[in-house]
Design a protein around this ligand. Structure first.
Ligand code: NAG
Ligand code: NAG
Length: 503
């Protein structure tokens, strides 16, 4: 098997100079062709193109504070921040978020794939036919069905990854451990047993998310017209797709042979993700490599984000033993009634509120709801947005707004549990002031599945372990880069096995 070496160097210098030169000219052109954004104030640096590279550097090193500051300064009014190849117009406040949500389809386009160069990375354009959507919807609908398998995988995996004993605190390097836990629990559902435990396969899946982030980072400093080439030649995406296909090929061949043989009469046709992926790709007459791309894409998106939220939640619990006791009590009561089922998860309202609060303060990014404007629009605050502009909404600044959340910077685990609403806002509920999963039509489709997965993993760990920060009382801190947020990747968390009366 190939190692995870990456080829980030352009091998020959004249070629590199050529691309750097061409890229620079292109960027000058892009910024000048966007001069019609002058009426929108700039945050974090000078408002001129090229000089805006100072702003870009500021934003890379200090993006969270710049957004926070601009949010307060321009409250409710649009401002812009420099990206490598364009201005990004940021729309703060509930009113503007609702504006984004209400823009008609012929005016606005989800920009996340284009903005991050995902289509270049995977070598496909799913923009007009997002075929992963029906697959993720099937996953949501079938959560109940797949839940017991997922719980089984969580139990087995935790036993391996957290080999703590009674009366003894055992340090666990949380970042890789939780990635592995999420990769295995997810892939038990995605591809089934025994594939989900095959070292190479799971390793690849767990790493693919990182590969994707690296590729995104590489592509983000490369002009659009060169991204296809760079994605093929410089990043490891194509190798990953081939490797994934090698792992899956036997399963794919089996399934396709059965489908050819029995057609509609295949009565015990498996109801799992790999089958849904095969169905969607065959309906479109796509090759097997498309199956690998889809699997990798869904896995990559699901594992990186779910692991992020899980790690942050463990960091939050490891410095709050009283909270852990309270949540554990709720989990034990629910499991005593309903066993380890989805019905029990639904009863864990305090746990849900705790997770929602952790996600509110420690999301994956400080910006969300990326959209490309196709036709000029004027927003409700009077701001004119020309066609060709990329817009987004600030996540963390919205979540830190005292008007939205009293004592906004304080961690309050039961904030959503005790909120006066008749119906408790659950983890996947998006609102104009809760934006981690986006909001409106293009909100993250996997968030319902992630809710159950996160609850099952946290509930299991709470019942089976005492959890403590390796650095007494200190919560490992997040790292902010540009608009992305990463949990501490080095921190150890201490686990001690609890005596459990029931299972
Ligand atoms: C970060 O940005 C804020 C807001 O613009 C500014 O006040 C602060 O001085 C900046 N910090 C650094 C280290 O640049
Ligand atoms: C995730 O990984 C597994 C293992 O290869 C794969 O079978 C599955 O299809 C992937 N995800 C999806 C959505 O299929």
């Amino acid at each position: 098997m190939q190692g995870y070496t990456t080829l980030y160097t352009l091998s020959n210098l004249p070629t590199a100079y050529f691309f750097v030169g061409a890229g620079f000219l292109w960027l000058v052109f892009r910024f000048f062709s966007q001069k019609n954004l002058r009426h929108i104030p700039t945050a974090g640096g000078p408002p001129l193109p090229i000089v805006s590279y100072i702003g870009l550097y500021n934003f890379w090193t200090n993006g969270t504070q710049i957004l926070q500051h601009a949010y307060r300064q321009h409250k409710g009014r649009a401002f812009k921040v420099p990206m490598v190849d364009r201005w990004l117009v940021v729309l703060p406040g509930k009113q503007l978020v609702d504006d984004i949500q209400r823009l008609p389809d012929d005016t606005v386009d989800p920009a996340i794939m284009e903005f991050f160069g995902v289509h270049h990375m995977l070598g496909v354009d799913w923009h007009d036919d997002p075929l992963y959507m029906p697959i993720v919807r099937k996953l949501t609908r079938n959560t109940e069905l797949v839940f017991p398998d997922m719980v089984d995988e969580i139990v087995v995996t935790c036993r391996e990854l957290i080999p703590a004993k009674n009366d003894e605190w055992h340090p666990v390097h949380l970042y890789p451990a939780m990635h592995m836990l999420v990769a295995r629990a997810s892939n038990r559902v995605f591809v089934g047993f025994p594939m989900c435990r095959q070292g190479g396969y799971v390793d690849m899946m767990a790493h693919f998310a990182d590969d994707m982030v690296q590729a995104i980072t590489t592509l983000s400093i490369v002009p659009d017209f060169m991204r296809g080439f760079v994605a093929r030649k410089v990043t490891v995406m194509d190798q990953r797709i081939q490797l994934c296909l090698e792992y899956l090929q036997a399963t794919i061949d089996d399934r396709k042979a059965m489908m050819a043989r029995f057609g509609k009469d295949w009565t015990d046709k498996p109801n799992d993700m790999i089958q849904w992926v095969i169905d969607e790709t065959m309906a479109r007459k796509r090759g097997d490599d498309e199956i690998a791309r889809l699997v990798l894409f869904i896995n990559g998106s699901a594992i990186a984000t779910t692991a992020h939220h899980l790690i942050e939640a463990v960091y939050d619990i490891c410095v709050r033993p009283d909270l852990a006791d309270m949540l554990r009590e709720e989990v034990e009561a629910a499991v005593a009634e309903d066993g380890w089922t989805r019905a029990a998860m639904a009863k864990m309202r305090k746990l849900d509120s705790f997770l929602r609060e952790s996600v509110r303060l420690h999301g994956t990014a400080t910006l969300t709801m990326f959209r490309n404007i196709l036709k000029p629009v004027t927003l409700s605050d009077g701001t004119f947005i020309p066609a060709g502009t990329t817009i987004s909404a600030p996540t963390l600044a919205t979540h830190f707004d005292e008007d939205n959340y009293p004592d906004a910077v304080q961690f309050d685990a039961l904030r959503f549990y005790k909120s006066g609403d008749k119906v408790q806002q659950q983890l996947p509920t998006t609102t104009a002031d809760y934006l981690t999963f986006g909001h409106g039509k293009y909100a993250c489709p996997g968030r319902f599945f992630a809710q159950n997965e996160l609850k099952a993993m946290m509930a299991h760990m709470l019942v089976h372990y005492d959890i403590r920060s390796a650095c007494e009382g200190v919560r490992p801190a997040d790292v902010h880069r540009g608009f992305s947020v990463h949990p501490d990747m080095d921190a150890r968390v201490l686990f001690r096995k609890r005596k459990v009366d029931f299972d």
